[in-house]
Design a binder for this molecule. Structure first.
Ligand code: SAH
Length: 349
């Protein structure tokens, strides 16, 4: 049995062009320590080949938690009446950028719920100002689903990158995680629109979300291979008390790490963050992510007074080393892990 697993891992390393059935078999390697370790080492080798010991940093600005969507897993879904809503002003967002720049960040990620208050005009104005003040920085958006025209306007205003996790590439599973007015087809279309417009695009999914099977994960890997995103964000699902998934089990750190390695081998040059959710589930999550093939960290640059309110899942960390103001500690931890925080804006090679 173990030999079978090793053979599958070896054959994936030689040629990652797997079918869905092969991906399903590959996923079984997660339970075989020897083949999982082989994949991990290959992932680290590839990551070092393209990125050396560099770890790119992104300053994450969670600028609104108003959301018109009702994704069942998410703590800021519109149906969560207990969420205390906030939105940052343009001035507050710019203040975050100023602090972030001072701390050494050269990528700003503006993430939020799908908040209609931030029209194309308002968003473009904010993006244009950041673009003018920080010409050497990358601007990443993560605002959910918008029209092609909207994405186009934001691109013209100066945005470079867009993060939009597909959440799951399995149609049936998508239905379990989202209300009927949302659809996987639209989600995918948005990702292709973003690519077409020349954004560097990030997709991704939660690991261990309710109803996720090996079949779903195999579908996710196939979809990533097809989409060829520049970035992939994955992290364990973590239940939130204000959602219908409050009683569900959290996703596994081990499986997340395994999938990070698989994704590194699948898309060798991809930008792969060790996510906040991974750091929330395990105090060593960030380091473990780096040792599994991740090459990006995204500390929180949001103003302290609202940080607790961007409450996607329970116990979300926001003031330890994941906080942007603790960049020096983060740098030390990254050094101890054998890597080095890069001062570059950190595009994919
Ligand atoms: N509105 C934006 C940003 C969403 S929040 C968008 O639609 O893209 C960023 C990510 O947090 C989501 O894509 C989701 O994958 C993750 N997330 C949400 N709820 C979560 C939970 N309970 N556990 C783990 N991750 C979660």
């Amino acid at each position: 049995m173990e030999t079978d697993m090793r053979e599958i891992a070896e054959s994936f390393i030689k040629n990652n062009d797997f079918t869905k059935k092969e991906f399903r078999m590959l996923l079984e390697c997660a339970d075989d320590p020897e083949s999982a370790e082989m994949l991990r080492q290959e992932a680290v080798r590839i990551r070092k080949k393209y990125y050396g010991d560099k770890v790119y940093t992104r300053g994450l600005i969670e600028f609104t938690n108003y959301c018109r969507n009702d994704c069942y897993y998410c703590g800021i879904r519109r149906g969560n009446l207990y969420a205390r809503r906030y939105r940052l002003t343009k001035e507050e967002i710019l203040e975050c950028c100023a602090q972030g720049y001072e701390l050494g960040f050269r990528t700003f990620v503006l993430q939020g719920g799908e908040d209609r208050w931030f029209t194309d005009e308002r968003m473009s104005d904010i993006i244009r100002t950041i673009r003018t003040c920080y010409p050497d920085c990358a601007i990443t958006l993560s605002l959910g689903e918008r029209s092609y025209e909207s994405y186009q306007k934001l691109k013209e205003a100066g945005a470079d990158r867009y993060l939009l996790r597909h959440e799951t590439a399995d149609e049936e599973h998508y239905r379990k995680l989202h209300p009927s007015e949302m659809s996987l087809a639209v989600r995918k279309l948005c990702l292709y629109d973003l690519k077409l417009l020349g954004y560097q695009v990030g997709a991704g999914f939660m690991v261990g979300s309710p109803g996720q099977t090996a079949d779903c994960l195999a579908e996710d890997l196939l979809f990533l291979k097809e989409l060829q995103p520049h970035m992939v964000g994955i992290g364990p699902f973590i239940p939130h008390h204000g959602t219908s998934f409050a009683q569900e089990k959290a996703g596994s750190v081990e499986l997340t790490l395994f999938l990070l390695s698989v994704i590194r081998i699948l898309l060798p040059k991809v930008l792969l963050p060790a996510t906040t959710a991974l750091g929330t589930m395990d105090p060593q999550g960030r380091e473990k992510g780096l040792h599994a093939g991740a090459n990006v960290v995204m500390p929180n640059l949001s103003p302290l007074k609202i940080r607790k309110k961007y409450d996607l899942y329970d116990n979300k960390i926001s003031t330890g080393e994941e906080a942007a103001e603790c960049r020096a500690q983060l740098a030390r931890r990254v050094e101890n892990a054998g890597y080095h925080l890069s001062a570059e804006r950190g595009d994919a090679v």
